[in-house]
Every structure is written in C-alpha cells, then in structure tokens.
Design a protein. Structure first.
Length: 209
C-alpha cells in the first residue's frame, strides 16, 4: 500500500510527501518526475519529503525496485486529484463584450500556428509575468500579439497557459470539459517556461533570506 500526498506552496512549487524509503534506487527523483508530468510543471518545482513519520503519510515501508510502481501509482493519484482541484478553482473571465479577459487570478495565453496570443489588458490587470512573457517572445523572435480573443479560440488552440507571480507559466490542458490540443504540455509552453526561468534568474532581484 503506497502512501503519497501533495501540497501546493505560495510560490507555485509543490511539496510531495511519500511514506516509502528510497533505498538508493533513485525513487525520489522518479516520483518527483511523475508528479511534475501530471501537474505540467518542471521537476525542480516538486520538492520531495520521504519517510518522515512526523509529516509523511502512512506507508508499510520500502519496496526496493517496486517503489516506482507502488509509490508511483500513489503519487499519480494524488497529483491527478490536485490537478483536478486546481482546474475547478480556476475560471475564465470575460469582458463586457464577451471576449476572454483572464482567469480569476492569472493572465491567459494561447498558442495557435506558432503565434503566442494574449487578450488586451483593458479588462484585466497587466500582470508583470504577462509583460515578461511578451518581452521574452520579442527577444527570442517568437511571434506574439495582444488582441481580442474568443472562447472558441481558446477551446481550439494548440496550447493554453496562464501566467502569474506564484504559478509562473502553468499549462492549461482542459477548459470547460474540452481538451486543449492533444491534452499534454505543448512545446511552446515548455520553451517559454525555460526562457522565463532563465530570464528571472538573470534579471530577478535576490531575496534577503
């Protein structure tokens, strides 16, 4: 019986708590990769805490080479549930003309035919991360534009992602019960996630702690 739980942090990272012990098989890394794949985030944003009886869920012990399967299924189930909760708590907001504006707490982007598009910031906050994404696109020769976007364009886009200070660039794989693209994190989203991390590392201000 594998035990695993996930908690989202204020900075958009996740704590993965697992009950099994890694016996040198690299299970911690593999389990973090499983959670990251389901959640659509970089593996570096998943912090693993293992076999600490004060904080991790109950587990019967170690599974050696079977840890990937036994604990991996527990991790996947936990990540699936967290992803479901995230989706149900995010809502697409429309402006007074019926065009897409933002979600209830992030800005929105779509990718269609290699072009990154985002709604005008006239009915939503011009987020700092949103502006950063547009700057990154311009600096790297990625076509990007701001214009009115309909719900249908988001439903039929190849990729959709949100931007925000806490979650950074977060893929959207489903909207209103409709699968976005092929249902996986797209190449452009992954590329922009990497470019955003590099940009933040180079230009960000270190915190004094």
């Amino acid at each position: 019986m594998g035990g695993a739980s996930l908690k989202i942090n204020d900075d958009g990272s996740f704590n993965l708590l697992i009950g099994a012990t890694d016996l040198g098989t690299g299970a911690d890394t593999i389990l973090a990769q499983i959670a990251a794949e389901v959640l659509g985030v970089p593996t570096a944003q998943v912090v693993v805490y293992a076999a600490d009886t004060d904080m991790t869920p109950f587990d019967v012990g170690a599974y050696a080479s079977s840890t990937t399967y036994v604990s991996g299924m527990a991790v996947k189930k936990s990540a699936d549930e967290v992803a479901r909760q995230i989706r149900t708590r995010a809502a697409i907001m429309l402006d007074i003309q019926g065009f897409v504006s933002e979600t209830n707490d992030t800005n929105l982007f779509l990718v269609s035919k290699g072009v990154v598009r985002t709604p005008h910031a006239d009915a939503c906050l011009p987020g700092l991360t949103r502006a950063m994404v547009l700057d990154i696109c311009r600096a790297n020769g990625i076509p990007a534009e701001e214009r009115n976007l309909s719900l249908t364009e988001f439903y039929t886009a190849e990729e959709v992602f949100t931007s925000g200070t806490m979650g950074e660039l977060t893929p959207v794989l489903e909207a209103d019960g409709r699968q976005i693209g092929d249902g996986t994190v797209g190449k452009m989203t992954r590329r922009l996630q990497t470019l955003h991390r590099e940009y933040a590392w180079k230009n960000g201000t270190p915190l004094p702690f």
